[in-house]
Design a binder for this molecule. Structure first.
Ligand code: CUA
Length: 656
């Protein structure tokens, strides 16, 4: 793997050499015909500076050369996850998570339908979108292990599990207690739990209560979803929640190293404003911005886990919940003032500090875990909130503050003692020293940066090398494509003494929130499935079909079709049923060659599958429309791809 720091050192002399060489070129020949000698002409013709060329050389991947890192980025309202290579910033895949996606055959009749149905909040009401916020990778000892990705849906309070062994969503878990979530889907350092915290307060369990009873009945929640790495699934029955005040909890992060066992959560409407503009109240935005301080919530989750095991939890809608009358006195939950309307809360790689950015404040505040822990254990508080929770003294909980600029949001880290904070209003990335809390450099980005991410940035040992600015606006960066503009990911090199803007990547699906970046060589996905694999059990499907054993079996109104796909035919290629029959297709790809994928669709029946090599799919549908329906392969799999088809013959009722 290339090391960017080495490249940077070598690059400038190389570039100088190339430029010196091409300076002698005077025949005006085309750039292409002159190879590297034409570099200066290309630069002139395209109006490129030396810095542009250097950025291009640092990010360009010639065909066949792979990227060093892979980003898993939120696909926002698309409900999906974007997979992007770094440094090339090439889009590699859109992983179907919460939303049906035809190319991956997800939600169009096959086995993936069950995963989507498992994510429904109300049985029978199919949710077909999500507001994806924060994809987070599974960890072992605080390092990304490349095995799973967890994704939260803010709009419908759900968490999904993507198995990176085949980049397939295996589980969607609806939270039965809350209406929306935001602080998720963060993991504890050994992925014991996937943490999901609520955003907009509502009565727990989603009962109705009027807004006039907000203080009494509305609540927040921190949900600790137990994850079983061997099964690759969240275990709802082994999970628990911690009740929170209705303070509109925001982002969250799990402690690591010395702070392992704790979780930190921001909040921003401790005023408990509920709007009512027509009733003469201030809008929520101003009602929620009255206090100078909101509350950082600290949860000692290992202690919470013990209390749940000791039977101290109350069961709400089948979920064990530790209520505030337990967590306050037991020193499991404490509050600390934090400056005005904070957004990001980010634990440092060494686990010693917690950095909070306040949207309406010009500082990042650096809390000291050791100080917090000592205060919590000693029961030192400057008072209690309206729910009896201890409020730790602000000045005694912090190590200091850094004057950052207008609108600091999120902070990520390199491995060299620097923090990088996104500054929304000023549209810059601010690099500052964790040691003396001083800003060393700011870099303008384009424009209005929200989240920021760094290479291996949330681990105990970030790589440095790159950060990515996830900008909300792109205004003048790209061709005008209508009033809905792409958002703009900007790759920034951070291995040198100064930050360098290297590449722009327009994001045509939105709105992306957080992302994480992992070393590419930590990902070890399958190339082909063993023949007949059901991807949702990772085992041979009970209906898997071996070539030569294809058949059609009728049992009353049920017609079972055992079918294989291999270049370039489906066997059987004729299926005859009667209108009203229930058709069960059991379809195995008999391919075992890498990248030999077939698709399978039946015209007019809204069925579409992706058959990666060796994969098995089961589809059941009622043949309720009579006719002669072509079924065909939707991937250009071979020279005879167009011939890879057959017919589903649905005889009208009463026909001979
Ligand atoms: Cu198989 Cu096209």
């Amino acid at each position: 793997m290339n090391h960017p720091s080495i490249r940077t050192v070598l690059l400038s002399p190389l570039l100088a050499l190339a430029l010196a060489g091409c300076g002698k070129q005077s025949d005006g020949g085309t750039a292409a015909s002159n190879g590297s000698q034409g570099l200066k002409q290309i630069m002139q013709a395209r109006g490129l500076s030396e810095a542009d060329v250097e950025a291009a050389l640092l990010t360009y991947r010639p065909t066949g050369k792979k990227d060093d890192y892979v980003i898993f980025a939120s696909g926002g309202q698309s409900g999906q996850v974007l997979v992007i290579g770094v440094p090339s910033m090439r889009l590699l895949k859109v992983v179907a998570v919460f939303t049906p996606e035809p190319w991956q055959g997800y939600g169009y009749g096959g086995l993936g339908n069950k995963v989507l149905e498992g994510g429904n909040q109300h049985p029978g009401t199919q949710l077909t979108w999500a507001d994806v916020h924060h994809p987070n990778l599974s960890e072992a000892n605080g390092e990304y292990d490349g095995r799973f990705l967890f994704v939260n849906d803010k709009a419908n309070a759900r968490v999904a599990v993507v198995d990176l062994h085949d980049f397939t969503t295996k589980q969607i878990v609806p939270n039965p207690l809350v209406m929306s979530d935001h602080g998720g889907a963060f993991v504890t350092p050994n992925t014991e739990y996937v943490v999901e915290t609520s955003q907009y307060p509502a009565p727990l369990g989603r009962e109705y209560a009027p807004l006039s009873e907000y203080k009494e009945k509305y609540r927040g929640l921190a949900m600790f979803w137990k994850f079983d790495k061997e099964k690759g699934r969240i275990l709802p029955e082994a999970s628990f929640g911690v009740e929170l005040p209705p303070y509109t909890q925001d982002l969250a992060d799990a402690g690591k190293g010395p702070s392992d066992g704790y979780v930190f959560i921001n909040s921003f409407n401790t005023e408990m404003a509920t709007g009512g503009i027509l009733e003469g109240n201030p809008p929520i935005e101003s009602g929620a911005s009255q206090n100078d301080m909101d509350f950082l919530h600290v949860i000692h989750w290992k202690k919470a886990e013990e209390l749940v095991k000791a039977g101290r939890a109350k069961t709400i809608k089948g979920v064990k919940v530790l209520t505030m009358d337990v967590t306050g006195p037991e020193k499991v939950l404490a509050l600390i003032p934090e400056p005005k309307s904070p957004h990001g809360v980010d634990v440092t790689p060494d686990g010693e500090d917690i950095v909070v950015g306040g949207k309406l404040d010009t500082h990042t505040t650096v809390y000291s875990f050791q100080k917090i822990k000592a205060l919590m254990e000693a029961g030192t508080a400057e008072g209690k909130d309206g729910y009896g929770l201890p409020i730790l003294p602000f000045q005694d909980s912090i190590r200091g503050q850094t004057e950052i600029g207008l609108g600091p949001l999120h902070t990520v880290y390199d491995g060299k003692g620097f923090a990088y904070t996104s500054v929304f209003i000023e549209s810059v990335v601010a690099k500052w020293s964790l040691k003396d809390l001083k800003v060393v450099e700011t870099l303008p980005v384009h424009y209005n940066i929200g989240h920021i991410l760094a290479a291996e940035g949330d681990t105990v040992s970030p790589d440095g090398n790159y950060v990515v600015a996830m900008n909300k606006m792109s205004i003048d960066r790209f061709a005008n494509i209508g009033p809905l503009y792409p958002q703009n990911f900007q790759l920034i090199g951070i291995d040198g003494p100064q930050m360098k803007l290297l590449a722009d990547m327009p994001i045509g699906i939105g709105e992306p929130h957080y992302a994480q970046m992992i070393k590419a060589d930590k990902l070890k996905p399958l190339k082909v499935y063993p023949m007949g694999t059901n991807p949702y059990t990772n085992q041979k499907d009970e209906f898997a079909v071996t070539p030569g054993k294809e058949r059609i079996e009728r049992k009353g109104k049920d017609v079972h079709v055992y079918m294989t796909a291999i270049r370039s035919h489906f066997t059987p290629d004729r299926i005859e049923v009667e209108e009203g029959d229930r058709v069960h297709l059991h379809l195995t790809s008999a391919e075992q060659a890498e990248d030999q994928v077939h698709g399978f669709t039946i015209d007019m029946y809204n069925v579409n599958l992706s058959l990666e090599p060796g994969k098995h799919e089961n589809v059941t549908f009622v043949a309720d429309k009579p006719g002669a329906f072509p079924m065909y392969c939707t991937e250009f799999c071979s020279a005879l791809h167009l011939e890879m088809m057959g017919y589903l013959m649905v005889k009208p009722k009463g026909a001979k």
